[in-house]
Ligand binder design. Structure first.
Ligand code: ATP
Ligand code: MG
Length: 270
């Protein structure tokens, strides 16, 4: 059997195909690579391991003597996996942007069989957890995700219409004029944790979307495929990204198993 492993900054993703050619996926925290080794030991039929991701060196320190190892560079693995998952989902785009929201964010332009990393930002999943933890004390990703759905950004974000009071707005009044901007100009400094978490997600989502759209316009690509575990089951963040992308006249695309693109690419590379 062959498996693909993407050892990322936060999460290590594993992918393989079962006897019915179904993708089987699992996740380990990247600060516990020993658990990955134990899992491999418990699956003695594994012969080949495709590896990728920024934590590959540390992963190999733990597993290198075990099996036949096949390394592939992270961006190559990610795009290989994205192509496979897009195809599996019945999508084909001649030109598209691929925005990978991992611990940090990388943005790629994909055209036919070619791709190039066009840019990125340090605003990513790590930012989401870091800012959430510092502002609310909540560090657990699942708790952040679930609470954010119940939160309301209105008391924290300053919208364009909040500035242009009683006047016509020069741009859509519901756009964010200033993320967290209401706090500094109103009296209520204390905000409910759910509202802060929703607003942190808003900030992260809007920065990433804004940047992705700028590249999409430069490259004349209509579709932006958003991937990465940061948006896995993260309803609030997905909504922010989808709505803002549509507001800016582009088409957001979300594919199944997107968080495992790198692991799938590493598997296909064997
Ligand atoms: P990079 O590609 O930047 O090296 P990575 O591959 O580890 O990082 P992903 O796995 O795509 O990145 O996404 C990591 C992010 O996903 C975290 O920062 C967090 O926001 C979110 N996340 C989703 N599930 C979890 C989880 N179980 N534990 C921690 N973070 C999670
Ligand atoms: Mg990654």
């Amino acid at each position: 059997k062959a498996i693909g492993i993407d050892a990322g900054g936060t999460l290590t993703k594993v992918a393989y195909l079962d006897e019915h050619n179904e993708l089987i996926l699992s996740t380990f925290p990247s600060n516990d690579l020993q658990a990955v080794k134990d899992w491999i030991i418990n699956n003695p039929d594994i012969e080949d391991i495709g590896v990728t991701g920024g934590r590959t060196e540390q992963l190999l320190d733990v597993i290198k003597t075990m099996k036949s190892i096949h390394y592939i560079v992270e961006f190559e693995a990610t795009l290989k996996g994205v192509r496979f998952l897009l195809n599996k989902g019945g999508y084909y785009f001649e030109r598209s942007m691929i925005t990978n929201i991992g611990t940090g964010t990388s943005i790629h332009y994909m055209e036919g069989n070619t791709h190039i990393r066009v840019g990125g930002t340090g605003i990513g999943g790590g930012t989401l957890i870091g800012l959430s933890a510092l502002t609310t004390g909540i560090t657990d990703y699942n708790e952040i995700r679930e609470m954010a759905v119940k939160g309301n950004r209105e008391g924290v974000d300053l919208l364009v219409k909040d500035i242009y009071q009683g006047m016509d707005t020069p741009i859509d009044g519901h756009l964010t004029a200033s993320n967290f901007g209401k706090v500094g100009i109103t009296e209520a400094i204390k905000q409910p944790a759910a509202d802060i978490l929703a607003t942190v997600q808003g900030l992260v989502g809007e920065v990433i979307t804004t940047l992705s759209i700028q590249y999409a316009e430069e490259k004349n690509a209509q579709h932006i495929v958003y991937i990465g575990s940061t948006i896995s089951n993260n309803e609030h963040l997905v909504n922010v990204i989808a709505n803002y992308t549509r507001t800016k006249k582009h088409t957001p695309v979300f594919i199944n198993d997107h968080g495992f693109s790198g692991a799938v690419g590493a598997l296909l590379n064997i």
